[in-house]
Design a protein around this ligand. Sequence first.
Ligand code: FUB
Length: 324
Amino acid sequence: MAKQNEPLVTHIYTADPSAHVFEGKLYIYPSHDLEHDGEDNDNGDQYKMEDYHILSMDDVDAPCVDHGEALHMKDVPWVSGQMWAPDAAFKNDTYYLYFPARDKDGIFRLGVATSKRPEGPFVPQESHILGSFSIDPAVLVDDDGQAYIYFGGLWGGQLEKWQTNSYVNDFVEPAADAPAIGPRVAQLSDDMLSLKEIPLEIQILDEDGKPITAGDEDRRYFEGPWMHKYNGKYYLSYSTGTTHMLVYAVGDSPKGPFTYKGKILDPVIGWTTHHSIVEFKGKWYLFYHDSSMSGGVNHKRCVKFRELQYDAEGNIIPMKPYED
Ligand code: FUB
């Protein structure tokens, strides 16, 4: 039986859970961490994932089911390795799996695969999504049917190389007092397979309307964007990377700007922290991961969930991962 704050599955290592309610059930789209003794570095070489397994739960206290391999990199013609954090969406009577991976030149791009079932198997497109780059796609299908894809991650995720919307290998992060690099957003085409526009860099502002700076590592964007709506507002949540927190910012439009609001979750065991937020049967849940199942090995992670609450003003009540 699934239990809050416990690994959802223990037979494989899982990370980066993107949770959705499809067909009245919770479906979780995680990365699948592989066991190895390779190098652990800032480039993320330890995250050697090759495939995706989709999980589902009929309810929050029901068993968590692993539906088996839904997509493997050997079936994706443009991929050379590292199939990282995925997300899924439903539109046009079709399920879409969005995923990042290195192309044959070692550059991270975003791909998409389709299925008639939420658990797959998924059939990939021949090429990556044209105009896409970096990692960690998250898709919002808004109430009017328009879909938006959010993405980007620093360091191993290469986002700092794309400051001019083309790849420049020499680029590094901006100076500490300059605006931080923002995640990107683009509208998806109606068939969900391509971008309708050149990705826009999202602005995350402080309470005075000034951009959060690159040196403000407690608040600046690092990776793992997620978008959800609550009471008509758009909540952009993300990982701060080097300071290992999940935080959020709120805006009036899917493309922002967003105003920084606060912390969601304190650091977990392990370097990365990555999440999603979903409403299910009238309650809200945070899906996240840590490295507790492997005693702290960064690339052997496990996905977990816990209830998330808002105060009367719509602020998310911050949580500590190892306290109820
Ligand atoms: O799982 C590989 C990478 O680690 C993800 O893409 C990042 O968000 C971080 O969780």
